[in-house]
Design a protein around this ligand. Sequence first.
Ligand code: HEC
Length: 118
Amino acid sequence: MKKLLIIFCLFLAACSPSAEPPVSVAAGGAGAAPQAPMTAAVMAKFNNSCAMCHISGVAFAPRLGVAEDWQPRLAQGRDVLLAHTLEGFNKMPPLGYCMSCERSDFVALIDYMAGESE
Ligand code: HEC
């Protein structure tokens, strides 16, 4: 299971347009990966918070994996997206209602929502 997750993360990293997130990801905790992996734990946080608005696009929230929703957002730069996630942005609530999210979780969540289009 763990191995599968790692492969999945590598796959995501390969797909993301910029090789490195602009912020330094100082993930706390033992064994934290230097990048921001989309783990099952982060996925659970997504389901409990961001998903509420970012799947159906509540109040014009950019939808999960919908490239045209994310293109203009990504054009601002990922550090702006992270700042807006932490501080809030119009109807986007500060921290996206995820009080337990670490900075590295937000980086992974933004990549997940913006990057996974089909
Ligand atoms: C209560 C609904 C709601 C929740 C929960 C929510 N968002 Fe949002 N989010 C929005 C809305 C609405 C916007 C669009 C804001 C705008 O452009 O005016 C948005 C925009 C964003 C943007 C783009 C900001 C920009 O600069 O264009 C990011 C990134 C984002 N959300 C990340 C997250 C993450 C990560 C989570 C979960 C931790 C989350 N959101 C949870 C409603 C939500």
